[in-house]
Design a binder for this molecule. Sequence first.
Ligand code: ZN
Length: 348
Amino acid sequence: MALGACADSLASLKGILANWHIDQSMNTPNIIRPARRAEIPTLAELIQRQLPDMMASEAAVDSIGARLGDLIDDSALLLATIENRLAGMILLDIDQQRIIACFLDPKVASSETPKSLFATAESLLSQFGARWIECSSKPQVQRFMESLGYQHQESPNTTSLLMRKALVSPDDKQSESLFETLADLGIPENYGTTRRLKRIPEARLLVPIGRDIFDRDQKLTPAAATAWNQLQNAAAQQGITLQLVSAFRSIAYQASLIRRKLENGQDIDKVLRVSAAPGFSEHHGGQAVDLTAPGLKPLDESFAESKAYAWLKSNAGIYGFKETFPVNNRHGINWEPWHWRFHNRAAR
Ligand SMILES: [Zn+2]
């Protein structure tokens, strides 16, 4: 990029930042969506040629272009469009909990563009249980970043500012109590972000679905219960008996389950390969079931060789159930052929 063009871009970026508060009349809605793989070449070229960056990333623009592809799988490359024109984009490093870059097109972006991009990136990280987010910003955008709730952190680098924002409000007692439980069990703070496991709130409305193989009452959300009932009946009609091992589990129950394993001498890394951390288990949402069939050892990989598993592979999808933890999954959880989760029609 020529020096002149660069200076121009920065001047226009500065212009946008300065005018945000008086530019309310031009508030056309920004649509934020994850970028698609096919868009990478165009986006990389745009970044290199014309879009000014609000961040003061150490990474060269070229290497940012090369990284775009890695971000797609995580939906961590977000685009803002206004009336089908690209207004800006934000690049999020989920592992480092850091905004890598935020580009704006001064000709298209509105005052809402960077706000919406930051808000979407922050909410993506929050879903993984992140407690803060960081970025290195250019000094001229410090005030704007502060208006979004970022605070300047002491750092040895004088050309850029390290800004950090807390993602959990001190009033959020539920999160606070969960974080205490996780710390107590020795589960690292970045558990959800590094494993790409989302926080799952406890279901509020549950209905009974009968007893499991241990004769305990089990529950699911009404929609999941109906779907489970249909799934079980359809299997029975074809001579397959599906049995419940577990359905809804509370956060406290999940914590007690893990605590028991630790007390039996297992180490936490090993435990977390078979059990999700409290607050991150799909069983909290009342939509997941652990299944077995008569004569099989419950919660054992051998379930994958059963007729019941083969039937589920072909038919569970019809009733909205999906296998969540296949072989070599991204979440660091061992293969769980017995674990199936109902997905609402809208989410499918
Ligand atoms: Zn399960």
